[in-house]
Design a protein around this ligand. Structure first.
Ligand code: NAG
Ligand code: NAG
Ligand code: NAG
Ligand code: NAG
Ligand code: NAG
Length: 386
């Protein structure tokens, strides 16, 4: 009996909640999206401020919690992203080379909606087209930044195909620790033109978006601006590995190396070992092995083959999103010989050796026959030297 009334009580409660929720939904079915949506550019080279104001028909604020759902097209990932905020502004990083699309909904919750979340049926939308000035093909090309072992960062570029010779290019950068965009501290000049910018390793923060703009002007007018956003830890190029050592064991080869001190933490590094096997016929094969240790043991293989090993390093994925490979080390070979000697050299040296042997043989014959003649003539009275 008690059980039955409990069930009835439950069902009634459910009905009441549903009814009141239905009523609340109906009451807020005309919930409007926010108005006065605008995008402001504070000059942070892509970090834009999105602002809006509440809709006119918002219910009493003390009983309702009003929030907003901002959705924006993330041009870096090519997907829509979203955030919920009680505020009426939000800052997001955008690529100013592309259109900026944003949408905002109004959300209601709290006692006025019986704790349910109610979303405005419609959204307010805005597509902002960042201003593009400058003649076509005056934008810089092949923009790359390399962080040399956290000591120096160099960002370089090529001039646009239609960039006038008398144009002056400028690089500006901004990150969250700066109040406003700043110009490049030290330009790299090549053949009389600005071709890059150099930063000291500590002047740009790690794990923070650094926004860069390369623009410029010429007497004919402005150049097309190029915008880039990057994090400098993803551009670290470790120094070249030094001291690669190869030792032959009973049936294996042990390759060990030392990494130059300083720079990126060593536990973040991974190494790639290149083995070049050169057979007696001069044919070379190449094998690559990845390792996180500073040594590698490989089967020694055919004794007649010459083995050369080079090592390069990169920051691993668990330390940074992306790393750049260092340059390859100088090869270390077994059997030992200076530098790398590709097959062609060996053939040529064999050829030269043969020529040298023949030449000395000929010379030997000439000398002996001359000596023989001299001795023969010396046995007779001679006038030649007298
Ligand atoms: C809003 O709610 C407060 C307290 O609940 C009340 O005093 C006020 O009159 C209400 N205002 C409107 C416009 O309903
Ligand atoms: C931006 O949108 C306009 C139309 O609204 C379109 O013509 C243009 O190609 C778009 N630009 C980019 C970079 O997507
Ligand atoms: C939704 O809003 C857009 C403008 O943002 C408007 O053109 C459209 O008519 C609205 N739809 C409804 C169902 O109100
Ligand atoms: C280049 O960009 C900087 C930073 O946004 C700006 O202050 C400057 O006016 C721009 N120069 C040109 C020629 O557009
Ligand atoms: C290889 O390196 C590991 C640590 O990274 C070390 O424990 C091991 O002794 C080394 N092996 C050789 C043969 O040097």
């Amino acid at each position: 009996m008690a059980n039955k009334s409990w069930v009835i009580y439950q069902a009634t409660l459910l009905l009441v909640v549903n009814l009141s929720y239905g009523a609340a939904s109906k009451r807020f079915s005309a919930l409007e999206p926010p108005k006065d949506l605008a995008i402001l550019d504070p000059g942070f080279l892509g970090y834009l401020e999105i602002v809006w104001s509440p809709p006119a028909n918002l219910p009493n604020a003390t009983q309702c919690l009003t929030r907003y759902q901002l959705e924006y097209f993330d041009t870096y990932s090519g997907k829509w992203s979203g955030v919920r905020t009680p505020l009426t502004s939000h800052r997001v990083q955008f690529d100013l080379m592309k259109n900026v699309s944003v949408r905002v909904y109004t959300l209601l919750s709290g006692p006025c909606t019986n704790g349910k979340m109610i979303t405005s049926k419609n959204y307010t939308e805005l597509v902002y087209k960042p201003p593009r000035t400058g003649a076509a093909n005056t934008e810089v090309q092949d923009f790359v930044c390399v962080n040399y072992n956290m000591m120096t960062i160099e960002c370089t570029w090529q001039r646009g195909a239609k960039t006038p010779d008398n144009a002056q290019q400028r690089l500006y950068f901004w990150h969250k620790n700066l109040e406003r965009a700043q110009e490049c501290p030290k330009y790299i000049i090549s053949r009389g033109f600005r071709s890059g910018c150099q930063f000291t390793g500590t002047s740009l923060p790690l794990f923070t978006d650094v926004n860069i703009c390369v623009n410029g002007s010429s007497p004919e007018g402005p150049l097309q601006a190029k915008f880039i956003s990057l994090q400098i830890q993803n551009h670290i190029k470790p120094p070249t590995t030094e001291k690669v050592d190869v030792r032959a064991g009973p049936d294996s080869l042990v390759i060990a190396w030392e990494h130059p001190v300083g720079g990126a933490p060593e536990h973040c590094l991974e190494w790639e070992v290149e083995r070049q096997l050169q057979g007696p016929d001069g044919k070379t094969t190449r094998e690559l092995t990845l390792t996180t240790q500073k040594n590698l043991t490989l089967p020694s293989g055919n004794q007649k083959e010459k083995n050369c090993f080079s090592v390069r390093s990169k920051l691993q994925n668990y330390c940074v999103e992306k790393g750049l490979w260092s340059d390859w080390s100088r090869p270390a070979c077994l059997p030992e010989k200076t530098d790398s000697i590709p097959g062609a050299h060996l053939d040529i040296s064999v050829y030269f050796y043969a020529v040298a042997v023949i030449a000395s043989l000929v010379l030997f014959l000439c000398v002996t026959s001359a000596a023989f003649k001299v001795r023969k003539s010396a046995s007779k009275p001679s006038t030649a030297f007298g």
